[in-house]
Design a binder for this molecule. Sequence first.
Ligand code: ZN
Length: 165
Amino acid sequence: MAVFPIRTFGDPVLRTVAAAIDEIDDGVRRLVDDMIETMYDAPGVGLAAPQIGISRRVFVFDWADGTGAHVMINPVMVETSGEWEFEEGCLSVPGRYWPIRRAGFARLSGLDLDGNEVEYAGDELLGRVLQHEFDHLQGTLLIERLERSVRKEALRELRDEALGL
Ligand code: ZN
């Protein structure tokens, strides 16, 4: 297992739609081990493969309910409902938090490491983690979820930062 550096805002891999995983082989199992270690090291409640530079459709999460780390491969968003605004951050945009409006409830299905179908559904923190990590596989950062005027300001600040201004 290894801890990988986390890609941050400005890295094109974070804006790329990730490719499906055709076969759950040793390479995928190793990737998931590394992602879990990187997530705990950060520390974060979730991590998607593009965040360590691997543009594949897999994310891991641990929303601190005592059940440990979970894996979703090739997840599909099955259902969302309601609305909930909550302060949210991202390991790829370190140190920044914004109130972000998302669905209150989300249900996703996908595969686990044995290739079995799994489904996760939840509201509040779990629902938010699932939506946030799914977004990463679509090449969408939380900044895209901000209202237009807030997003413009956030992007300007992040670009200035990247330039060292
Ligand atoms: Zn994130």
